[in-house]
Design a protein around this ligand. Structure first.
Ligand SMILES: NC(=O)c1ccc[n+]([C@@H]2O[C@H](COP(=O)([O-])OP(=O)(O)OC[C@H]3O[C@@H](n4cnc5c(N)ncnc54)[C@H](O)[C@@H]3O)[C@@H](O)[C@H]2O)c1
Length: 401
């Protein structure tokens, strides 16, 4: 008999819809072909939105409260795609009800919150994962394998970025993302969590933040006239304004546990760059470059015997050798292109697969905590602290051993 896993999504906005899409397509993975993934419930404070998303993505019902999910014993696993401030209330309740939880990034507003979620989830013995969706791209899988095999030697240094333009103009209305008490941080937390998680997966953890500078370039924004739309909330503006207390752009210099130097820039005001997560990793025997705007390819340089005029980096196209490519798109041939939707399918497959097979998930709450330690360290360094060791921050959460 097939194993049945009943899933719900809380938050039907930009990220919640991507999770619904992921669950809907997760059985494309051969390891899950004998699993019935029952698409149970979409929950959102806006019932109208929950209803439209549940219909569009084939879920059985829509509800307008978290309670209906927490109290429904038939639901095994829940994606949480809520504004960062809502995690503190919702995640402990889900864990307390014995549900497996896949939480969007960032894992709350601080390492302290993330630590609380991780310890509670471990104690309850539920599967816990973080939506570091870029890490699920086939190209990142392929690069991780190459780096582990020593294809470019030891990592000497890297430069990495997440640049996006959603807040590039004053026309983007004020929302929870611009209030530090609600979001935990601006670009460094919102998009920085993604690029830091990718770096940590590929190049190992960040040990120490050496220096950071954070700037808020648009210091106040107008409130939306009515309800803001989902995602980055483009909406009609009122004349009322609110002060922005989170960073628009942050630059960081950090040291990796392996000794390499990392330079990271995160920006939500990157005029002309809609959405680019990328990096250039320089090793002792080669280098690798990637940009998510060309998600199915990366550049690999390895020394060769070719003459200088025909030597150089080559473009590698990702193909069906990568499970995140092979089992997430309907025609997985090299060159056809996959994309960000595939990452959400791979993420749902990993989450459901780890529930069914009782194997570790790729990015658990501890990975989310590690990323939040880095985000906290960057914010401390930007506030004027000299270099910040992540091990000191970690000890402050764990207490004396
Ligand atoms: N992985 C990614 O690429 C990605 C992309 C966007 C957002 N995110 C993350 O996803 C989370 C949500 O961001 P978003 O852009 O989808 O936001 P959003 O504003 O589009 O959606 C959030 C939804 O939550 C609902 N909501 C708010 N509080 C609620 C509550 N207490 N109970 C029920 N519903 C509630 C709102 O009505 C809204 O529809 C954030 O943590 C963000 O960082 C991740």
């Amino acid at each position: 008999m097939n194993k049945k896993i009943t899933v719900a999504v809380i938050g039907a906005g930009m990220a919640g819809q991507a999770h619904a899409y992921g669950f809907r397509n997760a059985t494309m993975h051969p390891a899950l072909s004998e699993v019935d993934i029952e698409l149970s419930t979409i929950a959102d404070a806006s019932r109208q939105l929950a209803e439209s998303v549940s219909k569009r993505y084939g879920f059985a019902r829509a509800v307008d409260s978290v309670d209906a999910v927490v109290e429904d014993d038939s639901i095994d696993a829940v994606s949480v795609a809520l504004p960062n401030f809502a995690y503190a209330e919702v995640i402990p309740r889900l864990i307390g009800a014995g549900k497996h939880v896949l939480a969007e990034k960032p894992l709350g507003r601080s390492a302290a919150e993330a630590y609380g979620f991780a310890t509670a989830a471990d104690a309850a013995e539920v599967v816990h994962g973080v939506g570091f969706s870029f890490s699920r791209l086939g190209a990142i899988e392929a690069i991780e394998t190459l780096l582990k095999s020593g294809a470019i030697g030891n990592i000497r240094h890297l430069s990495a970025w997440y640049l996006t333009d959603y807040a590039a103009t004053e026309e983007t209305p004020f929302s929870w993302r611009y209030d530090k008490s609600l979001a935990g941080g601006g670009a460094i937390v919102d998009v920085g969590a993604h690029i830091i998680s990718v770096i940590e997966r590929l190049a190992g953890p960040i040990n120490r933040v050496i220096a950071a500078e954070a700037r808020t370039l648009i210091p106040s924004r107008r409130l939306p006239a009515g309800t803001a739309g989902i995602g980055h909330g483009h909406a009609e503006l009122s004349s009322e304004t609110a002060a922005v207390t989170t960073d628009d752009v942050t630059s960081v210099v950090a040291e990796l546990a392996g000794g390499g130097l990392a330079q990271i820039t995160t920006s939500r005001v990157a005029t002309g760059v809609p959405n680019s997560l990328g990096f250039q990793i320089i090793g002792s025997d080669g280098s690798i470059a990637f940009d998510s705007m060309h998600a199915d390819e990366f550049q690999l340089f390895q020394p060769s015997s070719a003459p200088a005029e025909s030597n150089g980096a080559r473009t590698v196209l990702v193909g069906p050798e990568q499970p995140a490519f092979a089992y997430t798109i309907p025609m997985p041939a090299r060159g056809v292109g996959s994309g960000y939707g595939a990452a959400f399918v791979a993420q749902a497959q990993d989450f459901v697969g780890s529930i069914v097979s009782k194997r570790p998930i790729t990015s658990d709450f501890w990975a989310g905590y590690q990323t939040m330690l880095a985000c906290d360290a960057v914010q401390l360094a930007a506030a004027g602290h000299s270099s910040v060791d992540l091990s000191d921050l970690d000890k402050s959460h764990r207490g004396p051993s």
